[in-house]
Design a protein around this ligand. Structure first.
Ligand code: DUR
Ligand code: ZN
Length: 132
């Protein structure tokens, strides 16, 4: 699947977002090495802090199905600039994505900015930091 198609999937899955509190639907699409695509949206809760972003829902969906190798992700929201993922999602991404993996951030105009994992979260805390 092309990057453009991955972006379209991220935009489309926003329609499943459960966002009664923020009214800010976000969608994400994640491509595995084998070419399979997992999609996800944000899911909120009356206890605000237990809601989950589209990016993490998508990554956890794929991981829980046994996927471990990812090649590309797209994230979409109705924003002026391509939507920036929150810090928590960047940290989760850095656990499972290689430093050079591409993450495409976009909006409904299809303005798209592509970042490598390392650009999105430089100098990230990881397992090696606990090895001393
Ligand atoms: O990149 C982002 C930014 C925000 N949100 C969600 C969290 C919350 O449900 C709503 C408002 O922050 O948007 C995401 O899913 N992804
Ligand atoms: Zn997030």
């Amino acid at each position: 699947m092309s990057t453009e198609d991955l972006v379209e999937k991220a935009i489309k899955i926003r329609s499943n977002a459960y966002v009664p509190y923020s009214k800010f639907p976000v969608g994400a699409a994640l491509k595995t090495k084998s070419g399979k695509v997992y999609t996800g949206c944000n899911i909120e809760n009356a206890a605000y802090s237990v809601g989950c972003c589209a990016e993490r829902v998508t990554i956890f969906k794929a991981l829980s199905e046994g996927e471990t190798e990812f090649v590309e992700m797209a994230v979409a929201a109705d924003t002026n600039r391509p939507v920036p993922p929150c810090g928590a999602c960047r940290q989760v991404m850095s656990e499972f994505f290689s430093k050079d993996m591409s993450i495409h951030l976009t909006n409904l105009n299809r303005d798209t900015k592509t970042f490598s994992m390392d650009d999105l979260l430089p100098f990230s805390f990881n397992n090696e930091d606990m090895e001393k």
